[in-house]
Design a protein around this ligand. Structure first.
Ligand code: HEM
Length: 141
């Protein structure tokens, strides 16, 4: 579980992300697809060229969902219930992909918000993204 200080740090950085969700999300997805090519198999219907509209639009959706989740850290199961159904029942994304994506998101935050992304903030994001991933993969069997 996250401490009050960790929650505050998540919410503070999410606020800075929200105006740039597409650009930051696109960069995280590009890093995911480049460093872990298996992840591309879930997006056969997307143009996965660097900077494509598909990548920007989807990156924006992913980071906006994360920003929204940051406001509900104590209630992630409920807040992410629909996304959890989607990823488990419809998409069947292998859970290993979530770890790499979390790492890519942290890398993007470190690169764009070096002052805010302190070791403490990183620890908070790491816990938070692991919790989000756990919920999105909880309905697999
Ligand atoms: C769709 C969030 C991880 C594959 C989505 C959508 C959101 C989302 C918000 C759009 C849902 C909608 O349109 O209603 C997240 C979050 C993740 C995550 C917050 C983890 C932090 C992953 C991973 C993969 C993945 C690791 C696979 C490598 C997909 C695919 C779609 C999708 C294939 C459907 C895309 C489309 O056809 O538009 N996700 N996702 N997601 N996600 Fe995820």
């Amino acid at each position: 579980t996250l401490t009050a200080a960790e929650k505050a740090s998540l919410v503070a950085l999410s606020g800075k992300i929200s105006g740039h969700a597409e650009a930051l999300g696109a960069e995280a997805l590009e890093r995911l697809f480049f460093s872990f090519p298996q992840s591309k198999t879930y997006f056969p219907h997307f143009d996965l060229t660097k900077g494509s509209d598909d990548i920007k639009r989807h990156g924006g959706k992913v980071l906006s969902a994360i920003g929204e989740a940051a406001k509900h850290v104590d209630n992630l199961e409920q807040a992410l219930s629909k996304l959890s159904d989607l990823h488990a029942y419809n998409l069947r994304v292998d859970p290993g992909n979530f770890k790499v994506l979390a790492h890519c998101i942290e890398t993007v935050l470190a690169a764009h918000f070096p002052a805010e992304f302190t070791p403490e903030a990183q620890a908070a994001w790491d816990k938070f993204l692991a919790a989000v991933s756990a919920v999105l993969t909880s309905k697999y069997r």
